[in-house]
Design a protein around this ligand. Structure first.
Ligand code: UD1
Length: 389
């Protein structure tokens, strides 16, 4: 058997997605696998962690992701229930499809759950976006990152600091490979397709006479449990954003968790101002259009810290820490936490033209998925056909 033929003989690379931030990472990887000669065979499994049309279906279309081969339909639940349910439903998939390896991305509950099942069945796991650390173990994602990296076989990283983090946790350097940022592959591949903000606002029911994006605007997203799950934190955050909107109109794209908590805590009054536009979660191309044209972005998202750095748009991160330090050191990101004074001062800086300009980090060049495909194909051949390699 020829070297490359081993690849199709060893079973597919089982690619896992579960929640919204996984989709923009997986799309370029699947395209890069398909573009190889011969193509790397894949099986796309969706755990169903996110399931709403706004959180899921639109992004599949925007990112040109294929319909998943399997959907485990786990839905929402506590961390324990959700993680356990993914594990329970994922195990038989491995038995039926006998993949050559499982590829997971990011840090959501589905990432850890599928990794744990695969390694205990002696199936190698590749983790894309490995080694990022916020050093805040109260974040569920930090637990998912630390544990996934401990047990996965191949660790693909987006920035060099990730290698220091992995080394500190005793992980052998030979498992880690610096490939760049697949999320930026998606961004660069989609830039020309971005939907103009005027169009997004019209679709959201805001006519230019009521909310004129041409006069400049900021984009807000908030969904971290630490920011939105308690009235004592969500209330003051929304109050300072209302004050910011007096100077710069704000477009919110509201995660269902945040929407529900605003209603539950009776905070609707704080987001009802004429200069605050509340939209449901947006598609990928709408968000890209909004971010690209924004004067600044205020967010607690991980991905948007990176996307704004790639776009050169100032980003104020409403968290005390970031697992993506390169966006602060080299990019346009500033950590402002939840302190109203710090947020106001940072907004002032941006509006007076002193916002960070930044530069695009190493290997955030649109070719990261290609590098992963080349490395993984080679690794699989070596593993399964040592004599032919
Ligand atoms: C998850 C990820 C987080 C990521 C975020 C992006 C974990 C631990 N967290 O958080 O890292 O930044 O996705 O959105 O995996 N809901 C819906 N519709 C959906 C999905 C969720 O209404 O399609 C609501 C449900 O009320 C659910 C809640 O959102 O209980 C939270 O969903 P969940 O998947 O548990 O976590 P996210 O907050 O979305």
């Amino acid at each position: 058997m020829k070297r490359d033929q081993w690849l199709s003989a060893t079973g597919p690379v089982l690619c896992v997605v579960g929640a919204r931030p996984n989709f923009m990472k997986m799309a370029p990887i699947l395209r890069a696998f398909a573009a190889r000669t011969p193509p790397l065979p894949t099986l796309l499994v969706h755990t169903g962690q996110h399931y709403d049309a706004d959180m899921n279906d639109r992004l599949f279309v925007d990112l040109r992701l294929p319909v998943p081969d399997l959907n485990l339909e786990v839905g929402s639940g506590s961390h324990a229930v959700q993680t356990a349910e993914v594990m329970r439903r994922f195990e038989p998939v491995l038995e039926t499809h006998r993949p050559s390896c499982v590829l997971v991305v990011g840090d959501v509950n589905s990432t850890l759950a599928c990794t744990l099942v695969a390694v205990k069945k002696y199936i190698p796991v590749a983790h894309v976006e490995a080694g990022l650390r916020s050093f805040d173990r109260s974040m569920p994602e930090e637990i998912n990152r630390v544990l996934t990296d401990q047990i996965a076989d191949l660790l693909y990283t987006t920035e060099r600091a990730a290698h220091d983090n992995l080394a500190r946790e005793g992980i052998d350097a030979s498992r880690a490979h610096f490939v760049g940022n697949v999320m930026i592959d998606s961004l660069l591949a989609s830039r020309t397709l971005a939907i103009p903000p005027q169009e997004t606002m019209r679709r959201g029911g805001f006519e230019p006479s009521a909310f004129d994006v041409d006069a400049g605007f900021g984009v807000v997203t908030l969904h971290r449990p630490s920011n939105v799950d308690r009235e004592e934190t969500l209330g003051p955050l929304l109050a300072v954003l209302r004050d910011v909107s007096e100077r710069l109109p704000l477009v919110f794209a509201l995660h269902p968790r945040t929407r529900a908590n605003i209603d539950r805590f009776g905070l609707g009054e704080l987001v009802s101002g004429r200069r605050m536009a509340m939209l449901p979660p947006q598609g990928y191309l709408e968000m890209l259009g909004l971010m690209s044209a924004a004067a600044l972005v205020l967010t607690d998202s991980g991905g948007m810290q990176e996307e704004t750095t790639a776009l050169g748009v100032p980003c104020l991160t409403l968290r005390e820490n970031t697992e993506r330090p390169i966006t602060v050191l080299q990019g346009t990101n500033t950590l402002v936490g939840r302190d109203p004074g710090a947020i106001t001062r940072a907004v002032d800086e941006v509006l007076s033209g002193r916002g960070k300009r930044g530069r695009v980090p190493e290997l955030w060049d649109g070719r990261s998925a290609e590098r992963i495909a080349a490395h993984l194909a080679d690794w699989l051949v070596r593993r399964h056909a040592p004599a032919a390699a």
